[in-house]
Design a protein around this ligand. Sequence first.
Ligand SMILES: Cc1ncc(COP(=O)(O)O)c(C=O)c1O
Length: 356
Amino acid sequence: MASHTILELKEKINSFPKKDLIPLPTPLRKLKNLSQDLEGPEIFIKRDDLTGLAFGGNKSRKLEFIIQDVLDKKADVVITWASVQSNWCLQTSAAARKFGIEPIMLLFKTYELTEEYDGNLLLDYILDADIRIKEIEDRKIMRVKDIQEIIEEVINEVKEKGHTPYVAPIGGSMVDGSMEKPLGAISYVNAFAEMLEQMGEDSEVNYVIHASGSGGTQAGLAAGAKASKDNAKVLGISVSDEKEPYRDEVFNIAQDTVKALGLDFSMEREDIIVFDEYIKEGYGVVNREVSDAIRLLAVREGIFLDPVYTGKAMTALIDLVKKGYFKKEDKIVYFHTGGTAALFPNKYRLVDFLKP
Ligand SMILES: Cc1ncc(COP(=O)(O)O)c(C=O)c1O
């Protein structure tokens, strides 16, 4: 079994330069009331929603490294893409603005949601991001090649104006576009090391659970888990893609991460654990279980989750506890990865489920 100390891991991560964008570490707290209510294992929460950049979230950890890469490549325009209410696009716009880089956001209508200026779209607008809303037939937008023509058109337009574009891959996860190393995932190896440090060397973490979308968060956490001595299992709750082939996508990013960091082991496919049964009606579709989970965390812990990502991961956690997936003595860390601005454009569906 691989075993790097936290210090070794941090040294390897520190060999990648990054911009100081957010205050770290993010808080780690016990969810005392929730643990009690569920009469199950001890549940902790890692507050990556409190990263402090544009309403916070997992993407700002990734962007510390990615913005550095944009600047190193002397680019002055960052082009990226995702769905209309994307947390990634919001965080990228905010980070870019802070460093004087122009953000161009290609926002695809991958699911039914109004285009009104609400939630992240409102915040993108306030940031004066160059917002381009696009229709798409095939809803697959994971890689540059899926939207090749559109991206090339924007690259040419930027170059014709005498600027230098940087194409950041969706979610800052895969090695794609202008990003040659899995910088997003590397930031999540760091998050894992940070969490272990906060738990204390003697306090074993058995499971980490979080929402998984473009794969970088899970790849980084899984690589971090494998690198450290207690070998925690990382449970990625897919919000959009079926388990296969999503697991392969995450596995590939994790392998790239292990290589980029020069760690002394390889990832195995079995290290990537994905649950896809909580996607239910589809990406971004709010359901009763998610609404109930959001209310439970709000009422019992004073913490808001979002309906697209973190609410689904919490629904999974609650369900798995109820099904007896964990042992009572297990320690579980739930990563709150942000995205709470999505509560607002989903208000009608949420209220419908929550009203008596
Ligand atoms: C709030 C939130 N949680 C989790 C995720 C998933 O992270 P990743 O894309 O690294 O899998 C995302 C990605 O969009 C997100 O916005």
